[in-house]
Design a protein around this ligand. Structure first.
Ligand code: AKB
Length: 320
């Protein structure tokens, strides 16, 4: 892989993935695509920047040709709760956008990374130790777009030989760019609120278990999968990966170990709660471990310690 285009670099994953790819492959070889919102100063100042909207294929093609792109990381999407507010836009970005990228990849011989999600599962999926290959009948527009993206990506690999690879990301915990409109966002917000006000109102019920992961592991996963020996991949789109599973009570107890006065109360958001209940409690990620060596570094205590340290420093500097 020499020249990479990242679409969606203002987002939670895109902002950090762009910097990591630039570190690994050289700043000038990684083009940051953004739509409306400008990415962070780090992203803007460290390498090429282009206005690229996943729903505008002519523009994607122009950038792919200009920079002789050979891999596209397409992170453009509306997250699960946001997609329920605007399902038409979610379809447009999450399905038409994915199709546009795959078509351009087919014509220009690019590899494609597709970020699927635990949202690709639904209420009829086995929710404990969710297998790699299982029932996928999501009831959300987000889930519909993720299943479509997985199927389209596999189709382009099998039918046209496009090197498509994808991950089913769990909730991603991070401290650079806030997520927005996701069901798992609470697991990020809790740390900011713990530092700022020592209290947090949780939108999900106690007992709602979901898979989660710290950003450094999520970035390594994408890059390692794209670098993996293709002859070892029995699956392509998309691999279950997880690093931990917890409910709001467990993460709150972990925060309390560092901030004993921390208090959490509940004000359940019915849309998010219904979505969360239809998602796995814990996925089985054996295929990712066996086929390309997935092995996360951070567990909940390590994430909590690091999040509180980084966000605490930002708070002291008046940045949040
Ligand atoms: C969301 O909550 O919508 C996302 C996801 C798990 O895909 N963070």
């Amino acid at each position: 892989m020499k020249n990479i285009l990242v679409i969606g670099t203002a987002g939670q994953i895109g902002s950090e993935l762009t910097m990591k790819l630039r570190e690994n492959y050289g700043s000038t070889n990684v083009v940051a695509g953004y739509r409306k919102t400008m990415p962070s100063d780090d992203v803007v100042q460290s390498g090429p920047l282009e206005n690229v909207d996943a729903t505008e294929p002519d523009r994607i093609l122009e950038v792919v040709k200009k920079y002789k792109i050979d891999a596209i990381y397409n992170l453009a999407a509306l997250l699960s709760a946001a997609a329920e507010k605007n399902p038409q836009a979610a379809w447009n970005v999450g399905v038409n956008g994915v199709y546009n990228v795959l078509e351009i990849a087919r014509e220009n011989n690019c590899a494609v990374f597709f970020p699927s999600s635990i949202g690709a599962f639904g209420p009829t999926t086995p929710l404990d130790n969710t297998p790699q290959d299982t029932i996928q009948r999501p009831g959300t527009m987000y889930g519909v777009t993720k299943v479509s993206g997985e199927l389209l990506s596999d189709y382009y690999f099998k039918r046209f030989g496009v090197d498509t690879r994808g991950l089913r990301y769990p909730g991603i915990i991070s401290n650079v760019t806030l997520p927005g409109g996701g069901t798992t966002d609470y697991a990020v917000e809790i740390f900011y609120e713990a530092i700022k006000s020592k209290k947090f109102t949780c939108p999900l019920k106690a007992g709602t278990f979901l898979d989660m992961m710290y950003m450094p592991d999520a970035l390594d996963a994408a890059i390692n999968l794209m670098e993996a020996d293709p002859s070892k991949l029995k699956h392509r789109n998309a691999f279950n990966i997880t690093a931990m599973s917890f409910d709001p009570e467990i993460i709150a107890a972990e925060v309390k170990k560092h901030i004993p006065e921390f208090k959490m109360e509940y004000d359940v958001d019915p849309v998010k709660q219904e979505i969360a209940e239809s998602w796995p409690n814990k996925m089985d990620d054996t295929c990712a471990r066996e086929e390309w060596g997935w092995d996360p570094t951070f567990d909940l205590p390590a994430v909590t310690e690091d999040m509180l340290k980084v966000i605490g420093e930002k708070h002291e500097k008046g940045l949040i």
